[in-house]
Design a protein around this ligand. Sequence first.
Ligand code: SAM
Length: 222
Amino acid sequence: MSRIPSLNELRARLVAEQLVARDITDPQVLKAMGTVPREKFVPDYRRHLAYEDRPLSIGAGQTISQPYIVAYMIEAMQLDGGEKVLEIGAGSGYAAAVLAEIAAEVFTIERIEELAELARANLATVGITRVTVRCGDGTDGWPEEAPFDAILVSAGAPKIPETLKHQLKIGGRMVVPIGDDPTGQELIRITRTGEEAFERTHLTYVRFVPLIGHEGWEPDVT
Ligand code: SAM
């Protein structure tokens, strides 16, 4: 009879089979993904699915992203370790927890109050203290804490959010899904190379829930 794998084994398997096998190579990202207990960020009734290769519902019509996409986006932020980072779309708090394993300070914004509370509770459960969660429209960024070394936008924007671009340090990077179809986007990296100079790099194609706000979609987008 086969033994049920432990959660540590499932996490190690996720790193090997879903990340390394698909060319995620950044050692800090692999270590962080192998450390954060994803099962603590999914609802109890979906806990048995926590290490599957897919997004999962977290309530309020929103999702915790597929582990591979979280790792891919964080790798694309090109973090060395010790940075000040902003995330838009806290959701369950999982991506913020992974970021906190690498960065010095993480600020994350969630527009749905119930999910902002959920993210705070999940992060407290796993003992992560380097993340500050705020409820609000993330397209406004976090002016009091700007500028940031890197910004992760965890929802699909209709176009590049100008306010967020200007909250990057010179040399800072923003990874953001964009496109005029709210159900599928191009993932790009914007690098701020000067006061008003930005470089755009195509990364891949993704499917995110819409970014809703002043510089995002209207709330009734489908
Ligand atoms: N990073 C999350 C995690 O690890 O669980 C998953 C993010 S989920 C794919 C996208 C989240 O973005 C949703 O929770 C949604 O409510 C949030 N969102 C959408 N528009 C937003 C906005 N303007 N500001 C902040 N959060 C927003």
